[in-house]
Every structure is written in C-alpha cells, then in structure tokens.
Design a protein around this ligand. Structure first.
Ligand code: CA
Length: 405
C-alpha cells in the first residue's frame, strides 16, 4: 500500500492480535500486536511492509505505531487478564529519543491498570545495525520498569549469537519458516539447534514463531520451545480469544509427539542391546586380544552389514588399533590412525566414564562424520579394562529404519 494512503486513513488503522501459547499449560499466555489497515472493501491489509520500509520517514511510522498501540493497550487493560502483550519495536527508531516517548506512552496507561511487567518489547535483532551497547543501555533502562525483552527474527544464518547473548533477553523468538526451505535443511537445523543451546545458556525462554504445520510444532516441542506462535495454532485477528483456545489441539499433538519419540527411543534402545549382545558373544568367542588389529578384523567380519569403520581406543582417547575401514565392500586396515587422539571430541570422555562405570555399551546421538559428511551414530563398548571398541554405524543401515535417524 502507498504510505500516503495509510497516513490519510489513520482512523482505519487497527491492531490485530496473534496468540502465543505455552507448552506447560497449553494455554494462551499472551499476544503479539500486529498492525493492520481496514479499507472500504472490507479488505484488511498488513502494515508489516510499511513498518519495515526505512525509506518512509520515521515520524510517519511512529505516528501509525502510536495509533495501533493506543488501541491495543486500551483493549488489553479492559481484559484484566494478566497475560503478556508483545509489542514490536524497531530498535533504530526506539533509540531516536532513547526510548522516552514509548515509555511515556506506556506509563500513561499504568493509572488505568496496565502492569508494565506484562509488556514484552519485541526487538528485531537483524534490523538493528547500530552499536550494541546503546541498545544494551536502553534495554536495562526499560528493565528497571519491569518491562520484558524479546529478541526476534533470529534463526537465519549469520545471526550473531554473541550480540544476542549480550542483550540477555527474557525471550528468544525463533522463526521456524526456514524449516520449510528444502535446500540446506541440515545447516538450518544446526543454526536452530545452536539457538536452543544459547537460550538455555543465557536463561531465556524459547518462543518458536511462524509455526504453520504440525511438523514445525513438533520441531518446536522437541527443541526446548516453551512458547509457540503461528497460523497452525491461531491466525491473527481483531479480538482476543479464550485462554484454552488451543488446548485440545496441543494436548492431542503432544501425545502424538510423545508416542513417536518413545517409539524412537525404544528402537534405539533395542539396537543398543542387540549390538551389545552381539559383541559380548564375540568377545567370549575371541578371547585373545594381544594382537588388537587381528582381533578387530575378526570382529569386523560380523559387522560388515552395518558398519563402515571400527577402531579401539584407551580411556584417554588414544587409538590403540589401526582403523578398519570399509572400501568397496571390503575391510581395509589403516595403520596410520594408530595413536591418534580423540579425547577432544564432544562427549568423548563423558561416554568413556559412563562405559567404565556401567560396564555397558553406548550408542551416540546422530552427528555428521568429519570424513564422510554422512549422518552416523557410533556404538562404543568397553571390551576390557582401558580398551574401548568404537563401531561407526553406516548411514545406509540407519536409514533402513527411520527410528534410528
Ligand atoms: Ca514480531
């Protein structure tokens, strides 16, 4: 829409609300305020593009925003609900007057019943190009009034995790739209995963937005999402909705996700036990381990269908055997791997300790193999004191049973 059409039709500018749901209570915990304009044709247009267009003068955008906020705050107070109200703010615009005019506006609603701790300022990290310290100061200032901070529009490659960490938001909003793009899915998943880790480290609540399908909700549920938002649960509308609006869907979906997850975990448990039994039998059959490479070759024969690489390490991660690698269907001995050290790999020592204490084998999570780039899992097993056998399971084998992936 033409910005002038918007400026000359301010009385047609209205707020829309999109509900945000919580996983723990399966209820609405708040709303994001979105700008809309209702034209004569009864068409309602989003003002998103208008607010993001930096070629439109600041005063115009601030004025339209004020119209929306006044209506939203009035309606919100009437609800007396104690829910959260997420207000989108452009950090750049906010800093023009050090956030004073917005604060004044919010404070003017306090006598009417607004609780500032129910206000969440939603800042778009990507849109802010200025000095992070200025933003940090502004945020701490707002915090002294009890206002909460959410950082949104993260989840795209190139997000600066350090910057986000320094803002220490109460809520991280992660956009799940990128899950829809089929190319480079795994790279995106890794970025999303690192955001989940970050939110845990800095103690921020993770909110996944743009959930438009069941699989995205499942992703959010599996990856530490406490809050959910998106068309799949609620389309933005001009009014607030009952708090239990999404409850039955969420409960039904959670049960489905839990069933799926349990089935997967059971399958992995069975695979672990199968591998463990098999190795235990082989160990009692081939007791002589003086020549580790020869012993490994005897064992490897039994794993030709499922593994592409096997080796033995001591508890400090030094490789005691050669690598056995499958090449064109045959096991090849690679002596150059002897005495390499793997203790630097994530979870390596943790897994060794577990095996030592429990005297049982362990199946790793799924990860990308450095050499082959394929998704693999490693099964490890304590074969004798200070000797640990590692069996890398081939992607082809894991792929046969989707529960193993
Ligand atoms: Ca937003």
């Amino acid at each position: 829409m033409d910005p002038l059409d918007i400026m000359t039709n301010l009385e047609r500018v209205i707020p829309y609300y999109q509900a945000i749901f919580s996983a723990d209570r399966q209820e609405v915990i708040g709303y994001e305020v979105l700008g809309r304009i209702q034209m004569e044709t009864a068409d309602v247009h989003s003002l998103g593009a208008f607010f993001h267009d930096t070629s439109i003068p600041d005063e115009y955008r601030l004025e339209v925003e004020k119209v929306i906020l006044n209506q939203a705050l009035t309606a919100f107070i009437e609800e007396k609900s104690g829910l959260l109200l997420f207000i989108n703010q452009n950090a750049q615009l906010l800093l023009v007057d050090q956030g004073e005019s917005l604060l004044e506006l919010l404070l003017s609603y306090v006598p009417k019943g607004l609780k500032l701790e129910n206000i969440v300022l939603e800042l778009d990290e990507h849109a802010y190009i200025g000095d992070i310290e200025n933003l940090q100061h502004l945020i701490s200032y707002y915090r002294t009034f009890g206002i909460q901070i959410a950082v949104s529009n993260i989840g795209e490659a190139g997000s600066n995790l350090d910057r986000i960490g320094r803002l220490s938001p109460n809520i991280l909003k992660v956009d799940l739209q990128i899950l829809r793009q089929s190319h480079e899915v795994s790279t995106h998943q890794d970025v999303l995963f690192s955001l989940a880790v970050l939110s845990r480290k800095i103690g921020a609540t993770l909110l996944y937005e743009n959930i438009e399908a069941s699989y995205q909700l499942q992703y959010a549920w599996r990856h530490g999402g406490r809050y959910y938002q998106g068309f799949y649960l609620h389309r933005p509308g001009p009014t607030f909705i009952p708090e239990d609006y999404g409850k039955s869907v969420l409960i039904e979906k959670f049960q489905q996700f839990i069933r799926y997850e349990k089935r997967k975990l059971e399958a992995i448990q069975q695979l672990t036990e199968m591998l463990q039994d098999k190795i235990q039998q082989l160990i009692s059959k081939h007791k002589k381990m003086e020549e580790l490479d020869l012993w490994l070759q005897l064992i490897a024969k039994e794993f030709s269908d499922i593994s592409f690489r096997m080796y033995i390490c001591d508890e400090n991660g030094f490789q005691l055997s050669a690598n056995l690698m499958k090449e064109n269907g045959n096991w090849k001995v690679k002596p150059e791997y002897k005495m390499k050290n793997w203790s630097w790999r994530p979870y390596f020592l943790e897994y060794v300790m577990k095996m030592r204490v429990e005297r049982k084998g362990l199946l790793s999570d799924i990860y990308s193999d450095i050499e082959s780039g394929e998704s693999v899992r490693t099964f490890s097993f304590p074969i004798s004191p200070n000797r640990y056998l590692y069996i890398d399971l081939a992607y082809d084998f894991l792929y046969e049973n989707q529960d193993f992936l």
